[in-house]
Design a binder for this molecule. Structure first.
Ligand code: GLA
Length: 753
């Protein structure tokens, strides 16, 4: 595109001219012939029609299409149920709406720059060295290789380039988008907003937005609301993903969609720093979701020749309701995102001693717990916080990553050896990004924490945040972690992160680069984990942030499992886990059985209920085994042994959320093995009004004529209850024998014909 393209800019016109534009647009819609050039191959996931300058991306059940319009803008055309590429025609800008909403604003662009009278959310906003703040992006060229398409756009005047990346995962139905912004001018350009993508929805429905909110010990609360005119923002300004909102959305059509049916557009971001989604419904009922780096306090200076890459934004469409949207995401995480994908390792049953001992740990106590855990059938023993430095409470020690010699006078080796001897592998807690002012590290390097010079450093849990944007801090963290894992046979690091940012200053950086901390910190965090994992390929990591405050697809590329919440009360967990599975796979969802009264809320629930709730994800035990009775130990051993039989179905199968715990006192989950031969069902009744019966439970998605041998699990023992057909299980339903408060049951169905 060259400079005189500016002449093509939409002008404010009115009256007759506007009418003519509307008529022309309608004629174009009716008469443009639906022909695609021979370049198009229906079987390929991405097709390009050179003549019409039109791209069609086919992924799973969905088709996504865009083209270059007559002005040279990249214009969105379609996102929804699969249609043939031949049915789509070239892009034509939409008419303005009077002189107030110019065509720039009414035409849905794939990646709009803030310029030429754009009032919808921009994907890119920049300030140039000469004072210009106008960015208008036009198509330059494309590169298409199998499932990957790169489209290059350029500002109409300056040499600011944007490379849009589209990756199609044809089987899973996911489309991945990101943008690389490149400064080829001879002067600096500062970006004030750099989004990963704008997603346009068909503008003809009444839409509902589903999103996840939370707070410490109350994460993953599913919210639903009708989208009103205006901009709805969900975001984190915390420096990390955060627990008050999660970078996931699902939008469906009011009255058309539920858990099992209807259209859903959904997406999630791969970024563990501050992020923002702007979900927009314009007064003309156009809908779009724009997301990427949070523009709040954002300022990314690009020197001549420099570029920056936005996080990946993954999205999909299904006509199969919210349940299918989740299954598409779960499958995608298993096949493409998690370490070890497409076959991430099945999660071992874990014991973590945190709730049993907190900071009062020592070698003898941990060994005693390890003996008991091994007897239960636990496969991994994890020592949590308190093993290092002067860490006797949360006031000191973070930063001093040497073994506490009073608690472990012989070092960690004897304990690790004992754990191995007992047939388990060993896990250890770390919180590498934090430092207590009461630590040797802070006394040596007070300048290593993020700060604004001369201003107080706000503490949270008595700790401050190391500035990982600094390369020396990054190298220091990598080197002690590398040493720890090299010197000790560690199978799992539980990587914690117990507060969010304050005073996000980086005084050592050049003034104009100091706000890059929002991006560089996260890139360096990823770099540390990536190097550690590639140097220690057997090492696994559990992502934790005071519970589930840092779960996103950026983290999940690097960790094998996550801790969804410090709240281990089984009843609260039902809704927490229900929300979690909207966006993330049960494979990564760690769930422990802990003691009662629960340490968080004092609630007392039976052991069977606690076990079955935890068994709907990746099972762990976190109670004080020294206090468990023989009966409890016996039940626990049987439950764990049963879990081992079904865990592949739970962790890697297809989850069907049969009955929501948010709607009544009764809830149920169904998991179907990948080969469809086995089904596991969990059902929970948390309270029962006297005389009220438990509703029939209807299973879903089974072949009608298949026969299943059904067993019920009570306290871990299987009881065969006969054979039932798929049709019976789905249409007649099962009458469960649940009664009273906090009752729970599990069923295993094996296909016999
Ligand atoms: C956080 C984690 C807990 C535990 C403690 C230790 O709160 O979420 O699981 O590790 O830190 O201090």
């Amino acid at each position: 595109m060259d400079a005189n393209q500016s002449e093509l800019r939409p002008q404010a016109v009115s009256g007759k001219l506007r009418l003519r534009a509307v008529v022309t647009f309608l004629l174009v819609l009716i008469f443009v012939p639906c022909v695609l050039s021979p370049l198009t191959h229906a079987a390929t996931p991405i097709t390009f029609d050179e003549k019409q300058r039109l791209w069609v991306l086919q992924s799973g059940e969905a088709t996504y299409a865009f083209g270059v319009n007559e002005r040279g803008e990249l214009q969105h055309l379609y996102w929804g149920k699969r249609i043939r590429a031949q049915d789509l025609t070239s892009a034509h800008s939409l008419p303005e709406w009077a002189s107030f909403d110019l065509s720039t604003t009414t035409t849905p662009q794939e990646y709009p720059g803030w310029g030429a009278g754009l009032y919808v959310e921009p994907a890119l906003k920049a300030t140039f060295a000469n004072g210009n703040r106008d960015v208008v992006l036009y198509y330059v060229d494309q590169k298409l290789e199998a499932n990957h398409l790169e489209i290059t756009l350029k500002d109409e005047i300056s040499a600011l380039f944007v490379h849009l990346h589209y990756r199609v995962y044809p089987d899973s139905g996911i489309l991945e988008r990101s943008a690389q912004i490149e400064n080829r001018t001879s002067e600096e350009v500062t970006l004030e907003s750099a989004q990963s993508a704008s997603w346009t929805l068909p503008g003809d429905g009444s839409y509902r937005l589903h999103y996840l909110t939370g707070r410490w010990a109350g994460e993953w609360q599913l919210q639903t609301e009708t989208l009103q005119i205006g901009k709805r923002v969900i975001e984190s300004r915390r420096g990390s993903t955060g627990n008050d909102a999660n970078p996931w959305f699902a939008i469906d059509e009011t009255d058309k969609t539920d858990e099992t049916h209807g259209p859903v557009w959904f997406g999630e971001l791969g970024w563990s720093g501050s992020w923002r989604f702007t979900i927009e419904r314009t007064p003309s009922d156009q809908y779009r979701v724009t997301g990427g780096f949070n523009p709040f306090d954002f300022g990314y200076r690009l020197s001549p020749g420099e570029s920056v890459e936005t996080p990946p934004f993954y999205a999909g469409f299904t006509d199969g309701g919210l349940g299918e949207a989740s299954r598409i995401l779960h499958r995608y995480q298993l096949e493409q995102i998690l370490p070890g994908s497409p076959h991430p390792r099945i999660r071992p049953v874990l014991y973590n001693s945190w709730e049993a001992t907190e900071f009062n740990l020592d070698e003898a106590g941990q060994m005693a717990l390890a003996e008991k855990a091994a007897r239960l059938g636990v496969e991994r023993f994890v020592v949590d916080d308190g093993w290092f430095g002067e860490r006797n409470n949360d006031h000191a020690g973070l930063g001093d990553w040497y073994v506490n010699s009073r608690k472990f006078p012989r070092g960690l080796k004897p304990l690790i050896d004992r754990v191995h001897h007992l047939g388990m592998d060993f896990g250890l807690w770390v919180e590498p990004e934090m430092v207590n002012p009461g630590s040797d590290l802070y006394r040596r390097h007070p300048d290593w924490v993020m700060n604004f010079p001369g201003r107080p450093r706000t503490e949270g849990r008595n700790q401050v945040v190391l500035n990982l944007a600094r390369d020396d801090v990054k190298e220091y963290i990598f080197s002690w972690l590398d040493r720890l894992v090299t010197e000790n046979d560690i199978g799992l690091l539980k990587w914690d992160y117990n507060r969010n940012w304050s005073e996000p200053g980086w005084p050592e950086a050049p003034f104009a680069d100091q706000k890059k901390i929002w991006v560089r910190y996260v890139q360096n965090l990823y770099d540390i984990i990536d190097r550690l994992r590639s140097k220690h390929p057997r090492l696994e990591i559990e992502g934790c942030s005071g519970g589930g405050a840092r779960v996103d697809l950026g983290v999940l590329r690097r960790v094998d499992q996550v801790w969804p919440s410090d709240n281990t009360d089984a009843l609260d967990r039902l809704t927490i886990q229900y929300g979690f599975t909207q966006a993330y796979s049960p494979h990564v969802m760690m769930a422990w059985v802990t003691d009662v009264p629960n340490g968080i809320n004092g609630r007392v629930t039976p052991l069977r209920f606690r076990f079955l709730v935890a068994m709907t994800g990746s099972l762990g035990v976190g109670g004080n085994l020294n206090k468990w009775s023989d009966d409890e130990i016996a039940v626990a051993s049987k439950m764990i042994s049963f879990y081992k039989q079904i865990r592949a179905i739970v962790q890697d199968g297809r989850l069907v959320r049969l009955v929501s715990p948010m709607e009544s006192e009764f809830s149920a989950m169904q998991y179907v093995s990948q080969d469809s031969q086995q089904v596991v069902v969990f059902a929970f009744l948390h309270s029962q009004q006297f005389g009220r019966s438990v509703p029939l439970l209807y299973l879903q998605g089974l072949p009608e004529d298949a026969m299943y041998s059904v067993s019920t699990i009570d306290n871990g023992s299987e009881e065969h209850t006969g054979k039932l057909s798929g049709a019976y299980l789905m249409h007649h339903g099962i009458q469960l024998r649940l009664r009273g408060d906090y009752d729970a049951t599990a069923m295993k169905l094996d296909r016999v014909q």
